[in-house]
Design a protein around this ligand. Sequence first.
Ligand code: NAI
Length: 274
Amino acid sequence: MGTYAVTGSASGMGAASAETLAAAGHTVIGVDLHDADIIADLGTAGGREQAAEEILTRCGGTLDGVAAIAGVGPNLPDAAAVMSINYFGPVHLLELLRPALAAADAGRAVAIGSNAATTVPLIDDRLVELALAGEEEAAREHARAAAEAMPAELRELAPSISAYASSKFALARWIRRTAVTPEWARQGVLLNAIAPGAVLTPLMLGSTGEAGDPDRFPTPMPLGVFGEPADIAFWVHQFLKPEARFTTGAILYVDGGTDAAMRPDGTPTAMSLG
Ligand code: NAI
């Protein structure tokens, strides 16, 4: 049995993933702002360093897997915090934990992105560029200014929608770029992401507590149902298994078909010779 760190373990997909791993007999180290083994704010560099240090102490320097699930939604008014929590949170923590994953026989990491990266037409290229360059302060400033410049109606609807989609877009790109580097791939540490669609968690349900009719949801829901946290936990578990040994750099849509419905020909994209 292995030892796995799960961020966002107090709620939603993180809680379901922690439960699934524990039910399979593994030791789970939960990290969250509250109700977790390790209380840490993954929206700050200091919080991530503290979390990593405590995880390393608890696992003795060898970690079988990390599920980086903690995150916030597009309704959070602070776009800078959205970037710090959703992009820099998982990236920085995974970087800090990579040596402990490399020390395991079959280190595995999975992060939770979102299909918002490909279905929300508000990706801010400069913000993605700053994130991938590791410029957290500049990314925060840019995200805040860009959110303030958004049309008032959009700001009222989802104040951080562009930062949210951009944070998940940058995360997916970081996963693909990083997974194939020797530091990860040749150390046997596999790095993948899941891109969920609408999943019934406190984040999605917000203050209303109700999701309504899937067929009236703003994005198409071909399967006619919303996801449950367990639908994501299932795939988190698969990606973390030692047997999942030939997949790295994958972004798996677990979204009831939304991305395929909105962009049927978006993937695959052909490689050109030019
Ligand atoms: P949730 O709100 O139920 O759980 C998120 C957890 O992350 C909470 O326990 C929260 O305390 C923790 N968290 C938030 N900020 C944190 C911080 N600064 N430091 C440490 N922990 C922090 O939400 P849900 O839906 O389970 O979200 C999990 C992930 O899935 C997030 O990354 C979210 O962006 C993503 N997602 C959610 C979708 C949905 O429809 N629910 C759709 C696509 C992606």
